[in-house]
Design a protein around this ligand. Sequence first.
Ligand SMILES: Nc1ncnc2c1ncn2[C@@H]1O[C@H](COP(=O)(O)OP(=O)(O)OP(=O)(O)O)[C@@H](O)[C@H]1O
Length: 500
Amino acid sequence: MLRLEGIRKRFGPVEVLRGVDLEVKAGEIHALLGENGAGKSTLMKILCGILTPTAGTIRINGEEQHFADYDQATAAGIGIVFQEFSLIPYLTPVENMFLAREMTTKLGFLDRTAMRKRAQEILAQLDVDLPLDVPVRRLSVAEQQFVEIAKALSLNARILVLDEPTATLTPSETEHLFKVMRELRKQGVAIIFISHHLEEIFEICDRITVLRDGEFVGDSDVADIDNDRLVEMMVGRRIENSFPPKPALLPQAKILLECEEVQLRRGGPISSFQLREGEILGFAGLVGSGRTETALAMLGAYPAVRCKVKVDGQETRFREPADGLAHGIGLLPENRKEEGLITSFPILQNISINNYAKYRKNMWFIDMQKELASSEAAMKSVRVKAPNSHTRVDNLSGGNQQKVVIARWLNHSMKVLIFDEPTRGIDVGAKSEIYQLMRDFTAKGDAIIMISSELPEVIGMSDRVCVFRSGGIVATVEGDAITSEGIMTHATTGKARNVA
Ligand SMILES: Nc1ncnc2c1ncn2[C@@H]1O[C@H](COP(=O)(O)OP(=O)(O)OP(=O)(O)O)[C@@H](O)[C@H]1O
């Protein structure tokens, strides 16, 4: 159904796609894989007419296509759901689906009944039930994604691109999305699926194509390839063990940070926890269980009913996360593109920001050589792929933008780091490097709170784990008790103490 041949793309002097081929059949779920910055999103933007290739051909059912813009690609049967949705938050799903191509009655009035009926038909075809009369901002991320898919199908998409659709979904939402994808496959739609979760590729995909540094590395049936070979194709080397060994827990370790009596909601559970020097404390639990809110409440960024914090044994009150910096506490927010980066600034300043004290020469000047050397070393340590540290962050791939924020915090002189979903959107090769850097950080006696929805990451990295449920901590486990069954049992059935 789709054949891309010899696709090249140059941004100024940098060639980011260097002759890429991709073949996708009707009724196939095809994974497009590669490290951060390999060129996946750029290739998809070319397919959708958003970018023009420097060279190469696009054929749909054998016919050569030249898309001048997105609308022409849509007319040719291509639909794309980006990582950042294009829905208007204040409009309903139906209004969003038919935006700028509203159905009208013979007299020229809006035919709301017909639009609603068509929307219902498409959603029923996907076996998706969602409220049609509320603004989409009230829907969950998964529901918004289904609206995007339904919108593409209402435009008769036969080739559907899903760019990292599962990155922000819960496991059950991901299962629902997979059900929808299987249904579309049955209907003969060709799906191109981008994900950094390799277990998802083995679960849902029929074929794969791998890119590395803008080049085509190879393609294969999923049935003919295993995990190790796939990683090797993507990264160009074998990744032996992604989690570094855990150090022995020190029974007498100093308490760096203590949170007593956190109550997120009136009448909700009251929790407490301690963070000890040299440890990684995992915050596990289902989405909405209160993990992020508890961390934010501690830093004054969530309006908890009560929250008593002690830093180095001293009671401390933070009004906002910036107050944490003075106490050596840094936050890597979940939503780092909006909250963690100044995208119009170069990588260099995005890494060194908040950290100028380290580069100060005297009262007036900073040592720019030192700033450059230190930031470039941090950038290299997490493998940010960019021509140099002066590249603007908005010219980086999504995963590389994430790495810049991680590089900033790991380069900072902090005592405590709070990492919310540290490896979301990060490729498999860089993940293991980030895990090692986290361990190097704690080896100095500093500590990390790691909020993560990825159970293997929680288990592989945490020295102790606080399991959250319904807004509070229901258990704290350590050592051999850190198992997926144990954590899941607490996360789904655990009872919080002290319910007021
Ligand atoms: N407008 C632009 N100007 C300059 N370089 C760009 C621009 N857009 C993308 N790039 C570069 O092109 C390369 C490929 O980026 P792309 O977003 O396609 O990667 P990706 O494979 O989708 O990565 P990720 O897994 O991180 O989403 C990156 O090195 C990126 O910095």
